[in-house]
Design a protein around this ligand. Structure first.
Ligand code: TXA
Ligand code: MG
Length: 348
C-alpha cells in the first residue's frame, strides 16, 4: 500500500482533511497528531476498520482502543449513560489529555473495545485531530500510532518508521506537546480509578471528584497481579538495550551511573545514559542524552520516547536512566520508564 503524506505542520489543509475523512468513512486508516502522542485512526463504529488497526500495529486483539470524539454532545450516542462525574471531568479537562472509561451501548462494536462492555473515550486538544474526527464521522478509534511494543510516536517521522506502507495516510502536525499518552480514569468503578497516569494527575482529579484511587496493579512488578487496562500489562515501550533506572538522591544517582557506565564501557558494552540538562555534563562515559530540565517536567515527558528510539538506532546495548520524581507528571514519566525497564530499578 502506498501511504499518502499530508504536511499540516503550518496549519490545517482543508482539502487533505476531507480526503482523510473519506478514507476513514471508507474503512481506511489515517495517522494523525494529538496533543499527547500520534494516533492511528480508523472508524470506531466499523468493526472491520478496528480489525485493520490491530493488524497494522501487530496489536493483540484483546487490547481495546480509545474512541476519539470532537464534541461533548457526541458522547451520549455511544455510552449507556453519561454520569455526572463525566460531565464534571469533561467540563474541566476536555478537549485534553484525559480518557474516560464508561459503559458502552450497542453502537460500538466489540471489535473496538477488545470484547469489553465498556468503552474508553477521549476528546483530543489538537486542531488537526478535531478536524479529522469531524470529517471522519465523529468517532475515531485511535491507539498510539506505533508498532506494538515500540515507544509511542511523538513525531510524524516515528509513525513513518513503524507504519509506512501499512496505512492509507500519515498527517504530519509537527512534534506533539505532551509526549506521554493520556491519563485514563475508569468511571464505571464505585470509586473512580486511574488506570494509566498522564498529564492530568491524581491530585487534579481528586480536586474535582473527591476520592479517586490509583489502580494497584500499576505498581506491582508481579505479572500475576494485573492492571485493569489490558494495555498496561504488556511490556510496552521496550528499548532493544537493557535499561536500568537508578533511583536515590541526585548526587548518589550521578555517582552510581558514572561508575556503572565506566565499568560497562570497559567491558566492551555500548552505553547510553538518560540524564537531564542539570546533570548531562557530569557524565564522562557513554552516549549522554538529556531528556530536559528538572525545572520544566514537560520537557522530560516530551523527549522520553524519542530518546528510547534514538538509542535503538544507535544500537547501544545498555542504558542507565536517572529517576524522575517530578511534581505533576512524575507518576506518568516513571510509570512508562519502569515498564520500559521491565521493572529493573536500582536504589542507591
Ligand atoms: O493519549 C492517548 O490516549 C493516545 C492518543 C492517540 O489519544 N492513545 C493511546 O491509545 O494511548 P493506546 O491504544 O495506545 O492505549 C489505550 C489504553 C490501553 O492500555 C488499553 O488497554 C486501555 O487504554 N483501554 C482502552 N479501552 C479500555 C477499556 N474499556 N477498559 C480498560 N482499559 C481500556
Ligand atoms: Mg499505545
Amino acid at each position: 500500500m502506498k501511504t499518502i503524506f499530508a504536511d499540516m505542520t503550518r496549519g490545517i489543509d482543508e482539502q487533505m482533511i476531507s480526503r482523510a475523512g473519506r478514507i476513514l468513512l471508507d474503512g481506511g486508516l489515517v495517522a494523525f497528531p494529538t496533543e499527547t502522542v500520534y494516533g492511528l485512526g480508523g472508524n470506531a463504529l466499523d468493526a472491520e476498520a478496528s480489525g485493520r488497526i490491530y493488524a497494522a500495529k501487530g496489536r493483540p486483539s484483546d487490547n481495546p482502543l480509545i474512541v476519539h470524539i470532537a464534541e461533548f454532545g457526541d458522547l451520549q450516542k455511544i455510552v449507556r449513560s453519561v454520569p455526572e462525574t463525566a460531565v464534571i471531568l469533561g467540563r474541566a479537562f476536555w478537549p485534553g489529555p484525559l480518557t474516560m472509561i464508561l459503559e458502552k451501548n450497542e453502537t460500538v462494536p466489540q471489535a473496538t473495545t477488545g470484547g469489553l462492555d465498556t468503552v474508553a473515550v477521549r476528546m483530543p486538544d489538537h486542531p488537526v485531530a478535531r478536524a479529522l474526527i469531524r470529517a471522519g464521522g465523529g468517532y475515531v478509534a485511535a491507539p498510539s500510532a506505533n508498532t506494538s511494543g515500540r515507544p509511542s510516536p511523538t513525531k510524524a517521522e516515528h509513525v513513518a518508521e513503524d507504519l509506512d506502507g501499512k496505512i492509507d495516510m500519515i498527517i504530519d502536525g509537527g512534534p506533539v506537546g505532551i509526549g506521554l499518552e493520556s491519563t485514563i480514569i475508569d468511571l464505571t468503578e464505585e470509586i473512580p480509578m486511574v488506570l494509566r497516569p498522564g498529564f492530568i494527575s491524581l491530585e487534579m482529579l481528586r480536586e474535582l471528584l473527591g476520592e479517586v484511587r490509583m489502580d494497584p496493579g500499576l505498581r506491582s512488578a508481579d505479572p500475576s497481579f494485573r492492571p485493569k487496562a489490558p494495555g498496561m500489562k504488556y511490556r510496552h515501550y521496550a528499548p532493544k538495550a537493557d535499561l536500568t533506572i537508578v533511583e536515590g538522591s541526585q548526587e548518589k544517582v550521578q555517582e552510581a551511573i558514572r561508575r556503572l557506565a565506566r565499568e560497562k564501557k570497559a567491558a566492551g558494552e555500548k552505553v547510553g545514559i538518560i540524564a537531564t540538562d542539570e546533570s548531562a555534563a557530569l557524565y564522562e562515559d557513554g552516549i549522554v542524552k538529556s531528556a530536559g530540565s528538572r525545572q520544566n517536567e514537560i520537557t522530560i515527558a516530551m523527549h522520553l520516547y524519542s530518546i528510547l528510539r534514538e538509542f535503538d538506532e544507535l544500537k547501544v546495548s545498555v542504558i542507565y536512566s536517572e529517576a524522575f520524581e517530578t511534581p505533576q507528571m512524575g507518576q506518568a514519566i516513571m510509570n512508562r520508564l519502569i515498564k520500559a525497564a521491565g521493572h529493573h530499578v536500582i536504589h542507591v
